[in-house]
Design a binder for this molecule. Sequence first.
Ligand SMILES: Nc1nc2c(ncn2[C@@H]2O[C@H](COP(=O)(O)OP(=O)(O)OP(=O)(O)O)[C@@H](O)[C@H]2O)c(=O)[nH]1
Length: 264
Amino acid sequence: MTGSGGDAPLLADIAELLEHPDYQDHPLHAALAELYRRHLEQEMRVERLVAIADGFQRTAQEDLHATRHELQRQLRRQRKITHIADRYQALLGERNEALLGESHHDALTGLANRRLMHEYLEQLLAAKQRHHRPFTVAMIDIDHFKRINDQHGHAVGDQALVLLTEALQDALRTNDLCGRWGGEEFLVILPETTLEQAEPLMSRLCQCMRQLDIHYQGIHLNLTASMGVAEHRTRESIEQTLQRADKALLQAKREGRDRWLAAS
Ligand SMILES: Nc1nc2c(ncn2[C@@H]2O[C@H](COP(=O)(O)OP(=O)(O)OP(=O)(O)O)[C@@H](O)[C@H]2O)c(=O)[nH]1
């Protein structure tokens, strides 16, 4: 499309005049013919330029469309990657939490394991050294547990362990920590507690074990426990306190079981 659309009748008239035999020898014929030729040339040039500009515009639009399409594709990909990364991170977090839980807890009872109890005891030792806060430990061993396994099977023994640890925990204060020290042996850690303050609790724990009625798969069980209790002494290592509690526990077994003894 050229800009001379409105000039079309005039141009048609000029072309007709230039072709007319009567005007071939007219003095202005040559000048008008030249002007007409130049006009047509100019018009063709403008048409070519417009065609080029149109082409550019089309290409630019196509490029823009392609770029937008590519951007949207990358954005979708980015979103997908972010979503996967988020899920992966959440999974890793859950796995880490689970691993941390497994590394600090006993699988059967869910109680703290030795590692967690040692960590807690180290904290209590530091608090004692800094602020003179006392703490006491009690080693607890179920009496004649082998008989339960022998008479009723390991699964019943397991269930008895689960139920008795629930009873032990119910009898403790929230800051006390009950952990599984070994097979049927438990350690209770009592922060901010002297031996004297622990005594009523020890009697209560013995009573609690005695009163426990375990019913499982038609089997009815009663049990007792022996306990040795020791308060941490200044300048004593954790191991030494635990050994004193253990010695008191063995003495309680020797004296007939179903009792607690304070360590000397
Ligand atoms: N079911 C079950 N039994 C366990 C587990 N851990 C340890 N035991 C059992 O606990 C029993 C401990 O036996 P002993 O060390 O002889 O002690 P006891 O029979 O309790 O006797 P005393 O401690 O002397 O009163 C063994 O039969 C172990 O197999 C466990 O996770 N599940």
